[in-house]
Design a protein around this ligand. Sequence first.
Ligand SMILES: C[S@@+](CC[C@H](N)C(=O)[O-])C[C@H]1O[C@@H](n2cnc3c(N)ncnc32)[C@H](O)[C@@H]1O
Length: 369
Amino acid sequence: MSSRRVAFEVLRRIEGDGAYANLALGPALSASELSSADRRFATDLVYGTTRMRRACDALVDRYITSPPDASTRTLLRLGAYQLAFAGVPPHAAVGETVGLAPRRTRGFVNAVLRKVAGAPIEAMQWPSDAARLSYPDWIVDRLTAELHDEAGAALERMNEAPSVTVRADGYVQDESSQWVAAAVEAATGESVLDVCAAPGGKSTAMGSGGALIVAADRRPSRARIVSENTARLGLNIPVVAADGCAPPFAAESFDAVLVDAPCSGLGALRRRADARWRIAERDIDQLAALQAELLAASARLVRPGGRLVYSVCTMTAAESIDHPTPEGFDVDPAPPAVGKWRAYGSGWRVLPQDADTDGMTLIRYRRRS
Ligand SMILES: C[S@@+](CC[C@H](N)C(=O)[O-])C[C@H]1O[C@@H](n2cnc3c(N)ncnc32)[C@H](O)[C@@H]1O
């Protein structure tokens, strides 16, 4: 099976069945006999076509009068992505993509893609900035309200493939997440709780420094993934399946607590190609309420003089600096020692365009003694 065929089948699962892009792609690649170069190409086709879905539709919709069936729509997106964004030569993009169409739609797909190929993208009259950048309207509006004139660069950066950063111990982790783990400053002899730990990236990053790390996550299946990752790295990190809103730990029993909270993920959209089409703006309010609960419950676990570190891979104030400082805590004004953070209200953040990382927001609190 060719890389385009693999990509087409995976895209059909994502667009037709609502499959998660990463979960659908991995097994399809494993089952294929593609070379590593072809796997990379198939991966780019799947993630790129998914990210640029709205822009691809805009490019195609100029030339069609009625909506095509779902499978033909997927194929047109795949073709438009190759032509407009992947730098594939037009004869290959059109010819090879048309070759995937069933006989009854082949002429139609060929005609539309040849028209897309013939019109320079620079001359495209986009219906909106959101269509050009390929996001739902609400994400463009929200990030423009949050980031002002930095929004465009953030949105454009999150249309590119993510860089891959591998830690010294072999764990693949975005650099901004490594900076969050470093910001906890877990020191030898300390006990540190990671309340929302799965899959274990930050727990394992903190775990090699001589502190006792306890990892928790609400879902047992996800807690198991933390156990697998700590075992693979040879780390001794106890893992507990527990709800961070009602944590089963004694008050004031940790030197530091990290709340790497579930969030809208608007900073990590380059990494999760399909996430922009899944999240809804109303989710932000629900997540903010959960985060506030996690923060308040976690604060009770910090000893006097200890640290509470809060992080989210998003860029909304509602999910970060709008949370009230927990009672009895002060914001730690010291800049984190590691990372390219910029000051942001009571906290720190890195935007996707700053340092080739996910967008991330961090707030550090200290409990009064
Ligand atoms: C952003 S992810 C954590 C990523 C992790 N810290 C890492 O670096 O690999 C958020 C996690 O919070 C967990 N979660 C959601 N609600 C929770 C709750 N009430 N209590 C504890 N964990 C929760 C989710 O299962 C998810 O694994």
